[in-house]
Write a protein that binds this ligand. Structure first.
Ligand SMILES: NC(=O)c1ccc[n+]([C@@H]2O[C@H](COP(=O)([O-])OP(=O)(O)OC[C@H]3O[C@@H](n4cnc5c(N)ncnc54)[C@H](OP(=O)(O)O)[C@@H]3O)[C@@H](O)[C@H]2O)c1
Length: 233
């Protein structure tokens, strides 16, 4: 049993790698931090996912391997801010969160694999403080949906806030913030089921869905008041 996990060095990816290793899977990991990958993965590839040429090299190296599951987890965000991001910052988010996935899958034979996409509840709403991140994850949802309708075994997961490096500097209130272990078990449970669309926690998902049903000018007023910048980096 072989599993490929991007972003296996930290956070959700590392936690999933540990879980599946314990279950007897052979773990193939991708990230930039070699020391961290070494500790957890059976095979690893040090790769900057924002460099698509590097990703293509890894994809070719993996072309002969049949994976049971491929967990496309690595992701980044710009700091939450109403500031208009530079094109370089915006491009990096799109490269890591979206284009690297296509570059990685290009040479891998994934027809018989389960493809797991880690999107976000942030993909459901174009929040003014996460321009690049929301756009990248919304595009990811569409990409995953296309593969699903093409007949591939696809699981799309949209988590809410989880305690990892990604959220540790957030100064705003994060509703329904989850512990990493709890979120990992939820993700594992979702992966076992054969369902395409998997937002969680559901209470947060339904609140966002209800919000999206409001008239646009009201949504705008609310977001203007409550979606605040919180640059800490
Ligand atoms: N935490 C949350 O609240 C939350 C909520 C919804 C969705 N998500 C999604 O869940 C996924 C994992 O997030 P997380 O919270 O676990 O984040 P994290 O703790 O910051 O970990 C990010 C992982 O991605 C890898 N990564 C980042 N940039 C990379 C690059 N340029 N090249 C290669 N690897 C790179 C990192 O490895 P290296 O630094 O070693 O390269 C690390 O393993 C992301 O897609 C994120 O959008 C997170």
């Amino acid at each position: 049993m072989k599993i490929l996990i991007t972003g296996a060095s930290r956070g959700i990816g590392k936690s999933l790698a540990k879980y599946y290793k314990h279950q007897g899977f052979k773990i193939y990991g991708i990230a930039r931090d070699e020391e961290a990958l070494k500790k957890i993965c059976d095979e690893y590839f040090v790769c900057d996912l924002s460099n698509l040429d590097e990703v293509s090299v890894v994809s070719k190296k993996l072309s002969d391997i049949k994976f049971d599951k491929i967990i496309l987890n690595a992701g980044i965000s710009t700091p939450h801010s109403r500031d208009f991001p530079t094109i370089n910052a915006f491009k990096k988010v799109i490269d890591v969160n979206l284009l690297s996935i296509h570059a990685l899958l290009e040479y891998i034979d994934f027809k018989d694999s389960k493809l797991v996409f880690i999107s976000s509840l942030a993909s459901l709403l174009g929040a003014p403080t996460s321009l690049a991140y929301s756009a990248s994850k919304r595009a990811l949802n569409s990409y995953a949906e296309s593969l699903y309708f093409a007949g591939i075994d696809v699981v799309l997961i949209l988590p809410g806030f989880i305690k990892t490096d990604m959220t540790k500097n957030h100064t705003f209130t994060m509703p329904f913030l989850m512990d990493l272990d709890d979120a990992t078990l939820r993700i594992v449970k979702i992966i076992k089921k054969d369902k395409f669309f998997n937002p969680f926690p559901l209470r947060f998902y339904y609140i966002i869905k209800l919000f999206t049903l409001l008239p646009n000018n009201l949504k705008r007023k609310i977001l203007k008041k409550y979606a605040k910048s919180d640059i800490v980096e």
